[in-house]
Design a protein around this ligand. Structure first.
Ligand SMILES: NC(=O)c1ccc[n+]([C@@H]2O[C@H](COP(=O)([O-])OP(=O)(O)OC[C@H]3O[C@@H](n4cnc5c(N)ncnc54)[C@H](O)[C@@H]3O)[C@@H](O)[C@H]2O)c1
Length: 250
C-alpha cells in the first residue's frame, strides 16, 4: 500500500526536470497522475506506466484560465476526482540573468503570469472538485532564492516570494473546506546541463554552504512532496518546507 494510494494528483510542469521526478515518485506510491504541461509529456507517461502506474497527459498552459479549467475537467473525466495539485510549472530555465534593468517588461509579465497567476488559476480550477469531496491538497513550489535574495533575476525571485504569500492566504481560506495548502521550497538543482553550464561554479558555491555537501537532485524533493499529499501531514497547512540539505535555516 503506497502513501498516496489511489489519489488523483495533477502535476503541472510535468514534462521534465523536477516535475517528472514528482510524477514517477507519485506513481511508485500508488497515485494516479495527471501530467500537465505546455510541452509533450509522452515520455513521462511511458515512465509512469513502466513503473506499473496510471497517468494521463494534458496539454495545459497554467497562465490561461480556459486551459486550467480544461485541465481540471480532464482529470475528473479520466479519474473521477482530484485529490491533489502540485503547482510545479514555472518560467525558470529561460529566465534572463543580468542587471535588473535588462529584464524586459514582457519577460517580467511572463514570469508573473506563469509563476504567480498560474498557481492561482490552477488552484481556482481544482478547488470546486476538492470542496465537493470535502478534502484536497495543494502544494506550491517556491525557491531558496527568496531567502537568499539571489541577485541577477529579480522577476523570478519576486514571483517565488509571492508563492509564500499565496500559500498562506489560500490555506486560511480553504482550510475550513478541508483543503490543505503548503509551500515546498527547493534549493538549486542543476538537472539541466545546458542551464547549469550558463552558471559555472554556482552549484559548487551552494554545495559548499550546505550541511550535506553534495549536489541536489530532483529525487531529493520527492519524499517531502509525497509527505505533504499523504495522511502523514493531515494537520499541516500554510507551511513552507525548505528542502535544501541544510544550506539555510528558518
Ligand atoms: N531547478 C532548480 O534549481 C529549482 C530551484 C528552486 C525551485 N525550482 C522550482 O521548481 C519547479 C520545477 O523546476 P525545474 O527546474 O524542473 O524547471 P524546468 O524549467 O526544468 O521545468 C519547468 C516545466 O514547466 C513547464 N512550463 C513552463 N511554462 C509553462 C506553462 N505556462 N504552463 C504549463 N507548463 C509550463 C515547462 O515546459 C517545463 O516542463 C519550478 O517551479 C521552479 O521554479 C527549481
Amino acid at each position: 500500500m503506497g502513501l498516496v494510494e489511489e489519489q488523483v494528483v495533477i502535476v503541472t510542469g510535468a514534462a521534465k526536470g523536477i516535475g517528472r521526478a514528482y510524477c514517477e515518485g507519485l506513481a511508485r506510491e500508488g497515485a494516479k497522475v495527471v501530467a500537465a504541461d505546455i510541452a509533450d509529456c509522452d515520455d513521462v507517461i511511458a515512465a509512469v506506466e513502466a513503473l506499473g502506474g496510471e497517468a494521463v497527459s494534458v496539454h495545459a498552459d497554467v497562465s490561461d484560465l480556459g486551459s486550467t479549467e480544461a485541465m481540471a475537467a480532464a482529470a475528473v473525466e479520466r479519474f473521477g476526482r482530484i485529490d491533489a495539485l502540485v503547482n510545479n510549472a514555472a518560467f525558470y530555465m529561460a529566465v534572463t540573468h543580468g542587471p535588473m534593468e535588462d529584464v524586459s517588461l514582457a519577460e517580467w509579465d511572463l514570469c508573473f503570469d506563469v509563476n504567480v497567476k498560474g498557481p492561482w488559476l490552477c488552484s481556482r480550477a481544482v478547488v470546486p472538485a476538492m470542496k465537493a469531496q470535502g478534502r484536497g491538497r495543494i502544494v506550491n513550489i517556491a525557491s531558496m532564492t527568496v531567502n537568499d535574495g539571489t541577485p541577477g533575476f529579480p522577476h523570478y525571485v519576486a514571483s517565488k516570494a509571492a508563492i509564500w504569500g499565496l500559500t498562506r492566504s489560500l490555506a486560511k481560506e480553504l482550510g475550513p473546506s478541508g483543503i490543505a495548502v503548503n509551500t515546498l521550497t527547493p534549493d538549486y538543482i542543476p538537472h539541466n546541463e545546458e542551464y547549469a553550464a550558463q552558471q559555472p561554479h554556482v552549484d559548487e558555491i551552494i554545495t559548499s554552504k550546505r550541511a550535506f555537501r553534495r549536489t541536489m537532485v530532483p529525487e531529493d524533493m520527492v519524499g517531502t512532496m509525497i509527505y505533504l499529499l499523504s495522511p502523514l501531514s493531515s494537520f499541516v497547512t500554510g507551511q513552507n518546507i525548505w528542502v535544501n540539505g541544510g544550506s539555510g535555516f528558518h
